[in-house]
Design a binder for this molecule. Structure first.
Ligand code: 13P
Length: 264
């Protein structure tokens, strides 16, 4: 049995209204209770802030172990409290049952001017609050086409991760998000190997195994080939996580692709 956990994470972004979100959480939780995925597969759903409490209650009603189905938020503020109008801190999301938080998503880097330094502050805040950070990195199309992806990824890893980083890293090429385009197996393998080679330099140890996920236009059609890549520890799913059956299909595909091989 594989002991390395694999992850399927749903990032709902700003896309599910209240009732839709609660129903989605209930549908996913009930289906997972009826047909539990293998224990090495960890599923996390990340609703908007306004639904954290309701989704947490909905998950509690179904009583699944949190390793099996947990909840995450989509951002947090670097400070734990203070006069920051409109912001939400890591302890606040922890109070509502979040065990994970997505940080440095390209939509926040782009729309909110988040720099690597800000993201690193958020990583520290999340970790201090007992929340596992899921840090996103990824190059733009022009950077890829100009052959600059490696240096972009290296800068993002160096700038946004803390030295003793204990969390999850998600490689989300900006050009693959919401575009219906995914990198070829060969490109993905190469990029993930590069990221894995860069991590020990940032963490200053190769004793810590940071799970590295892929995100960008993942559906149940691409999930099996993506999950079968050795270096991929899971997927971060956007739009296909907004419909229970399509998300469950991805979980099913991930379970199948990562099932331990019977010993000869
Ligand atoms: P899509 O799956 O909709 O391309 O979004 C990916 C993403 O940004 C997940 O964080």
């Amino acid at each position: 049995m594989s002991t390395v956990p694999k992850f399927v994470i749903g990032n709902w972004k700003m896309q599910a209204r209240h009732e839709h979100g609660l129903q989605l959480a209930r549908d996913i939780a009930h289906a997972m209770r009826d047909t539990p995925p293998p224990s090495h597969l960890h599923t996390i759903i990340c609703p908007p802030f306004t639904q954290l409490d309701g989704v947490h209650q909905a998950l509690r009603e179904v009583c699944l172990p949190h390793e099996q189905l947990a909840m995450g938020a989509q951002d947090c503020y670097p400070a734990s409290s203070g006069p920051f109008t409109g912001d939400i801190s890591a302890p606040m999301i922890r109070d509502l049952g979040a065990r994970y938080v997505i940080l440095g998503h390209s939509e926040r880097r782009q729309n909110h001017g988040e720099t690597d330094a800000i993201i690193r502050q958020k990583v520290k805040a999340a970790t201090a609050a007992g929340i596992t950070p899921i840090v996103c990195i990824g190059e733009h199309l022009a950077e890829r086409n100009e052959g600059r992806a490696a240096s972009v990824l290296s800068t993002q890893i160096e700038g946004s991760l803390t030295r003793g980083f204990r969390g999850i890293l998600a490689y989300e090429p900006v050009w693959a998000i919401g575009s219906g385009i995914t990198p070829s197996q060969e490109e993905l393998q190469r990029k993930l190997q590069l990221i894995r080679a860069l991590l020990p330099m940032r963490l200053m140890t190769d004793d810590i195994r940071v799970p590295v996920l892929y995100g960008g236009s993942v559906t149940s059609v691409q999930a099996p080939s993506i999950m079968s890549i050795e270096a991929v520890d899971g997927v971060l799913v956007g739009s296909a996580s907004l419909e229970a059956q399509s998300f469950l299909d991805i979980i099913g595909a991930a379970a199948e692709a990562t099932a331990p091989q019977p010993s000869p």
